[in-house]
Design a protein around this ligand. Sequence first.
Ligand SMILES: Nc1ncnc2c1ncn2[C@@H]1O[C@H](COP(=O)(O)OP(=O)(O)O)[C@@H](O)[C@H]1O
Ligand SMILES: [Mg+2]
Length: 559
Amino acid sequence: MESDAWIGKVQSVDTGNISVRVDKEELLNSVQINQIVQIRSTKTGEKIVGLISKIMRKAISEKIDESSEPDLIVENLMRVNLVGTLIEKSGIYENIFKRTLNTVPSIDADCFLLQGEELSSFMSIISSGSKNPLKIGKYTISDESDANLDGNKFFQRHAVIVGGTGSGKSWTVANILEKAANLQSINSLVFDLHGEYKPLEDLPNTTLLKIAGPSDNPNEENIVFLPYWLLSYDEIESMLLDRSDSNAPNQSRTLFDLIVENKKETLEADDKQNVLDNFTVESPIPYDIESVLTGLEHKDREMVPGKRDEKQGPLHGKLTRFIQRLKSKKSDKRLNFIFNSGDSLQEYDWLVSLVNSLLDFGNGKGVKIIDFSEVPSDILPLITGLIGRLIFSIQQWMDDELRHPVALFCDEAHLYIPANIKGGMEEKGLASFERIAKEGRKYGLSLVVISQRPSDVNKTILSQCGNFIAMRLTNPDDQNVIKRLFPDNLGDFSEMLPILDVGEGLIVGDAALLPSRIRIDEPSIRPNSATVDFWDEWGKEKKDKGIEQAVEALRRQQK
Ligand SMILES: Nc1ncnc2c1ncn2[C@@H]1O[C@H](COP(=O)(O)OP(=O)(O)O)[C@@H](O)[C@H]1O
Ligand SMILES: [Mg+2]
């Protein structure tokens, strides 16, 4: 260590933090938050590494001798978060950085500021220390060094990408997808709520899918239908049942019985004896909603023999409102992707083709971008949850040896993984993601939660995530959520959140060897920008008249 980088001595030690007295005032000008400091360790061949989190000046009074008046002198202090150890030699390896602290610094240990070449060489140790490099950008403090994440660890423990609107989240996602798309057996789904990621179609291994809109039909390619029979009983009930109806329990029970009965009929007709023995109301088996409706209508009008005359059956008139609700959902064009009664969707084997279109086991089409822009917002949580649940179940039931890891990129996650649920469909959808967050790892299923409002995203799910890319956040509630998710001694680190530049992020978690501030690479294919340049647009001549077209699109419910 060069002695001209010496800055001062350790003054106090806390768990994970130390304070350093800056004795070399000349260096004070070049000291900045987030700079790297090395501290001499009591173990030879080791240095403790820390990040500067605070710089303070304190006035203290000191008596030179008994007789004199006390002199006021100032002391410059830095607070340093300890982040790891640099080991000069370990076996055959030289200069390895570890995220553990074998020793804590002793009082008066010498501290050195890493600058210039020393910083570059330290950062290259960090860059090359990642075993499965996912290169995502450059370090802000040393802009010639690549910032690499460990691609395994990033997905193993779920990840979070947060930042205010326009902070660069979508570009970051595009950047990660671009790197992932080059892996030959990539397997991932991107929940694209606004059709933002369409341009990424040109990446290798990438396919665009769309959840069917009102006028799509089931034999179109890359259009996803999710027929009602895929919904679990709870899910379909949350969609159809009005809990405030005094007959809700009767309606719920009747629906349950009719679904079981109709699933059973399908299995009998298809001669699926194995499944017949074990299926439940939840099993994804096609049934005919028309028959269920007929069954409901029958019970709603049923007359039974009485003592003298016929009398009303036990459910007479109790299902009328439920039947109306079901009929109106069925005829709602916006729900075409659920209630379309195309024959192909009713086939027993159709589910295999659906799952084949969502997952990719080495067919070279593993970045699936799913456009949700035509899904009505009130049932969005139910539908994202359904896809999440389906993927989870498939991974769970897959033979351990055959399983192939898959990642779900959930953009605008606050819309369907919300902190405050309003009940019903939201609750059912959320349950699927909670399950993935808690158990997905066992089955090779990873979440990447992306949101501009972390304070509106479900806390249980966020707390299961082990990696964070936090971009500029100015809202104090959002900052606090992220601060609490960061490891204890990195609390100060989050204070940089409001001052980050567009495209810059704080990266914390086990995929990053060093918690750091990173300038994220621009993706070579950019997502459609949601950023509108009002002033520029108003300043230009406007020729196209889009209003008439928009009115028609509104009527047709299709762009
Ligand atoms: N890594 C980056 N480098 C440079 N500019 C960026 C970067 N990321 C984003 N930007 C700029 O910020 C704008 C908004 O980025 P975007 O990813 O759409 O934000 P968000 O998804 O967070 O709302 C982009 O159109 C681009 O101009
Ligand atoms: Mg975005």
